[in-house]
Design a protein around this ligand. Structure first.
Ligand code: SF4
Length: 402
């Protein structure tokens, strides 16, 4: 009866097709699909995965997950690039908004939030403020809607840099498990598990910043607050749909409780602010909570392609050459699919590669395996441009797949 519409003149006789909600990251509603094929193209051509495909012909054409199986049982790497290009909302993230509201309303839970670097300007754009860093406003908004503590994932990105750099130096000294591949991107990690199990020893053993922070919160910060891990509810705000899948991997638990309980994409965080009636543009700026407030500029670089590599090379260079001060690694920057350079670091000549998009990663892996290319370290990010182009970011009209 809304808007006085009592009945539709031409009721649809078409049966509604069931939605696929099997994936932790992506929901597909085939009733909204207009068969444009952008998801098929991005998955096949940019990611080299090929989960989505056409089935049947003519008026019976459909798009299905390969072999007509539920998405969760397919080779989907959860990157959400299909969501980023879908023009109708047939593909969306598997929303955690209700779950997070329930935790905020639960008086037994201490609800703690961490924010990754990439959503900070994306939320500025989403609320019409342009491409500016709105971190301070996000912190204020999160406190207003009921989070008990708000932390910066960049703190954990710094921990990842230190761990991964020391692992790299150790492998260089021993001459083993080279090249080292980065481990921050869960889309890439699942891709390697499925298609390149022979490379798993080369992937860094470090957790991603999201999972490092979750672990610190559940193992240490709980003790500091004098609460049990199951009474703390940890939420991450990420540009990423694959992080939803990563958070539910069985290895990331403390005393039977997930280290990260729920992951909100940038879009879902904006939805919560709107549902709460927050006038984002008018919010004052606030600081993150202590402790774990201190973080470096290098950690912020994790949000874009080349950022992890630049961060690691800065640390490794400082350690090998015993220098202090700012070090800029220019070749890793920019949006090219593949960037390779050789740097002299003291007595070491290091060849480093940065790729974004898994089709580019596949081409690089082939060159390494054939002996055409010898590298010491490789950064792989599944999304175009790195996490700033993640599947959980607001709709991107200039998406690379269009
Ligand atoms: Fe997620 Fe970043 Fe990997 Fe994309 S590149 S799947 S946003 S971690």
């Amino acid at each position: 009866h809304d808007y006085s519409i009592k009945r539709l003149r031409y009721p649809s006789r078409q049966e509604m097709a069931p939605m696929d909600t099997s994936s932790l990251s992506i929901v597909r509603d085939p009733n909204k699909c207009i068969l444009c094929g952008l998801c098929v193209r991005v998955c096949k051509e940019k990611q080299g995965v090929g989960v989505w495909d056409f089935k049947n012909r003519g008026s019976r054409t459909e798009i299905v997950a390969a072999m007509d199986q539920p998405l969760a049982e397919s080779a989907c790497i959860n990157c959400g690039q299909c969501i980023a290009v879908c023009p109708t909302g047939a593909l969306t993230s598997n929303s955690s908004v209700s779950e997070v509201w329930a935790a905020i309303r639960d008086p037994r839970k201490t609800v703690v939030c961490q924010i990754a670097p990439a959503p900070r300007t994306a939320l500025g754009e989403e609320f019409g403020l342009g491409s500016v860093d709105v971190t301070g406003k996000i912190v204020s908004a999160l406190r207003k809607i009921g989070f008990d503590r708000v932390f910066d994932t960049v703190f954990a990105a710094d921990m990842t840099t230190i761990e991964e750099s020391n692992e790299f130096l150790d492998r260089l000294a021993k001459g083993e498990k080279l090249p080292i591949f980065t481990s921050c991107c869960p889309g890439w990690v699942k891709y390697a598990e499925q298609f390149h199990p022979e490379l798993l020893d080369n992937i860094s053993t470090c957790r991603s910043p999201q999972q490092m922070f979750g672990s610190v919160l559940k193992k240490k910060y709980c003790q500091e607050l004098g609460i049990k891990p199951e009474d703390m509810f940890v939420v991450s705000i990420m540009p990423c749909t694959a992080k939803k899948y990563e958070a539910k991997r069985p290895e990331f638990t403390t005393a039977g409780s997930y280290d990260v309980d729920a992951v909100l994409t940038t879009v879902e965080a904006a939805q919560m602010f709107r549902e709460a009636g927050i006038i984002f543009e008018q919010l004052p700026e606030s600081d993150f909570d202590e402790p774990m407030q201190q973080a470096t500029g290098s950690g912020v670089l994790f949000g874009a392609t080349g950022g992890v590599m630049e961060s690691v090379v800065r640390y490794v260079t400082g350690k090998l050459l015993k220098t202090e001060g700012r070090i800029d690694i220019e070749f890793v920057r920019g949006m090219a699919d593949t960037k390779i350079a050789t740097l002299n670091v003291g007595d070491n000549k290091l060849t480093l590669a940065v790729v974004n998009g898994l089709a580019a990663a596949e081409a690089l892996i082939e060159k390494i395996k054939s002996g055409e290319l010898e590298v010491h370290a490789v950064e792989v990010m599944a999304c175009p441009g790195g996490c700033v182009g993640g599947g959980g970011q607001p709709f991107q009209n200039d998406s690379a797949a269009r």
